[in-house]
Design a protein around this ligand. Structure first.
Ligand code: CP
Length: 306
């Protein structure tokens, strides 16, 4: 039984199979409108979401499947004290696949250990990992750049709590010649545990976005993750540390891409949205197609060795 808990659960070849399947679905969606007929997805969101939940649910419906679940743990029996493992073992009786977001790091991995028939897709576990956002990010990079090798990626903002960043770096580190520039205030630096996975020659750290932006192929902006802060005062002090605006974009290369997993708060000024290098809304669109491919793959309905 396969699950997707973190990006390295899939090989780069399997990622490529998913990208190819997503391309095929995007080209001819009607050919896939029945492939999940009779299949049921559990959409278990113990934490708020717009894109991940709605793109997963749209993906399943567009594949001809159906969805049950909740978008607020307060309406589930979690509110009565039921454990996560009991909840998931119950849901496995009804559903073929589950997408789950949870505030606790490791929740999706824990849930997967109890499963015998139902693949678990980690839709975000606390500040840890968000592998389907990474699939979305890589689909976007592949679409616009055509390759992953030898890219210089600036990762900017809340590198401490940003689960999309932790997954992105882990996935991109598998490609040849990729360099990372970690751009953050001191308080929100990339955790050592993730830096330890990298060759020290493959990354630099800075708090100077204006300098760093000049040499990037990709700038991956991120929101300061208010919900992970213990101190509201600390959040308020750091939340506007970086604001990407027209002035900074003028320093960047003509072919640099700006990605952001969204939601954004203040970190990208809306004036940047019209810049053709800003592709974060297209990125959100790709998210549905790659999740369609992932659902098919995990249900054994396509993608494997295509
Ligand atoms: N990118 C992302 O995970 O967005 P949501 O929190 O809206 O799902």
């Amino acid at each position: 039984l396969r699950h997707l808990i973190q990006p390295l659960d899939f090989t780069t070849e399997e990622f490529e199979q998913l990208f190819r399947l997503a391309d095929q679905i995007l080209e001819n969606p009607s050919a896939y409108s029945d492939v999940c007929k009779g299949k049921l997805m559990a959409s278990l969101f113990f934490e708020p979401s717009t894109r991940t939940r709605l793109s997963f649910e749209s993906a399943m419906y567009r594949l001809g499947g159906q969805v049950v679940g909740f978008a607020d743990a307060k309406v589930s029996s979690t509110a009565k004290g039921e454990s996560l493992s009991d909840t998931l073992r119950t849901v496995e009786n009804y559903c073929d696949i589950a997408a789950m977001r949870h505030p606790k790091e490791g929740a999706a991995l824990l849930a997967s250990k109890y499963m015998t028939t139902m693949p678990i897709i980690n839709a975000g576990d606390g500040g840890h990992q968000h592998p389907t956002q990474t699939l979305t990010d890589l689909t976007t990079i592949r679409h616009y750049k055509g390759h992953f090798d030898h890219l210089t990626i600036g990762v900017c903002g809340d590198l401490k709590f940003g689960r999309t960043i932790h997954s992105l770096v882990r996935a991109m580190n598998r490609y040849d010649g990729v360099k990372f520039v970690f751009i953050s205030p001191d308080e929100l630096k990339m955790p050592q545990v993730f830096l330890d996975e990298l060759d020290p020659q493959d990354y630099t750290e800075t708090s100077n976005l204006k300098e760093a932006i000049k040499d990037l192929d990709i700038l991956y902006m991120s929101r300061v993750q208010r919900e992970r802060f213990v101190s509201e005062e600390e959040y308020l002090r750091l939340k506007d540390f970086f604001i990407l605006d027209k002035e900074k974009m003028a320093l960047a290369r003509k072919d640099m891409l700006v990605l952001h997993p969204l939601p954004r708060v203040n970190e990208i000024h809306p004036e940047v949205d019209a810049d053709p290098r800003a592709v974060y809304f297209q990125q959100a669109r790709f998210g549905m197609y790659i999740r369609m491919a992932l659902i098919m793959f995990l249900l054994g309905l396509g993608g494997q060795n295509d």
